[in-house]
Design a protein around this ligand. Structure first.
Ligand code: BEZ
Ligand code: FE
Length: 292
């Protein structure tokens, strides 16, 4: 056998790790070894630098559990979460694009009636979101589920606010004509958690740690592929520098400022409010399977 040299080491490791019965695992391991060795050959770390990297990875793992996921946050800020999302959601043009789910979704939000308010008692500018849910063929989809979550007008999600009751989330359903109307408050831009190892890394750079204001949606309907996405507020100063690369052009929506008066759900407001219009377009599940 050939003894190890700096030159032949990558080839030796690749050869040793060829004997893997599962073809997918074999492909993954061969690629991982190539890229890991390529990375190390590229940066030529000192022993002290390599130890610093190992220490950072160790602390990142130790910070991660079912409440806080620093490893996912690292994947997010490296653009890897969005890359995996893109690879797994190659949708036809015209379908509403997906974006990262993020760590703040809580399952089983309360069901709220058509036109209802998911931000009762929350600080922020009243905002009405209206539109339709349709298939790619333009046909309205009745009884689609719109599961929403977002920050309040002070930038806090439920898990950060620490409320007993649901906060800034709700499930709405589209009507027979595919339409939906809901009341909320305008979200604001917020920072990713900066008190962990990812924040430590970001703080050593000039990379923005902000996410532009957005409302999360998971829109699903029987026979259609679920779309997990956000609507972003047009004009937000962080739209072009979203720290997790979640912004796609079709998801940027106008928050139209309206004077006090009648709102889209029939309420009369004494204060100015926003109206956001967005039509969700879903791909049929059978078509999605055939394309895959
Ligand atoms: C979010 O939008 O909630 C989010 C996504 C990725 C990282 C942090 C937050
Ligand atoms: Fe978010």
């Amino acid at each position: 056998m050939a003894y190890v040299t700096e030159e032949n080491l990558t080839d030796l490791v690749l050869k040793r790790w060829q004997d893997i019965p599962d073809p997918r695992l074999k492909k993954v391991m061969q690629s991982l070894i190539k890229h890991l060795h390529g990375f190390v050959r590229d940066i030529e770390p000192t022993n002290a630098e390599w130890f610093t990297a190992i220490d950072w990875i160790t602390r990142t793992g130790k910070m991660s559990d079912n409440k806080r996921q620093e490893v996912i946050l690292f994947s997010d800020v490296m653009g890897v979460s969005m890359l995996v999302d893109a690879i797994n959601n190659r949708l036809p043009s015209g379908a509403t694009p997906t974006t990262v789910e993020g760590p703040f979704h809580i399952a089983d939000a309360p069901e709220i009636a058509h036109g209802g308010n998911m931000a009762k008692g929350a600080p922020g500018i009243p905002t009405f979101v209206t539109g339709t849910v349709r298939g790619l063929d333009g046909k309205p989809i009745a009884n689609a589920t719109l599961d929403l979550w977002q920050t309040d007008g002070e930038g806090l999600y439920e898990s950060q606010k620490g409320t007993e009751e649901p906060w800034m989330r709700g499930i709405f359903r589209s009507q027979a004509d595919g339409s939906y109307v809901l009341r909320t408050v305008a979200p604001i831009a917020y920072t990713i958690p900066m008190d962990g190892t990812v924040g430590e890394l970001v703080a050593k750079t000039n990379v923005s740690h902000m996410r532009p204001a957005h409302i999360h949606f998971a829109v699903s309907a029987a026979g259609y592929r679920t779309v997990t996405t956000h609507l972003f507020q047009k004009g937000d100063q962080y739209i072009e520098t979203d720290v997790v690369y979640g912004v796609k052009e079709p998801l940027i929506t106008e928050f139209k400022k309206m004077p006090p008066g009648k709102a889209p759900n029939g309420e009369t407001l004494k204060e100015p409010f926003y109206v956001v219009h967005y039509d969700f377009v879903l791909q049929q599940a059978a078509k999605a399977q055939a394309a895959a």
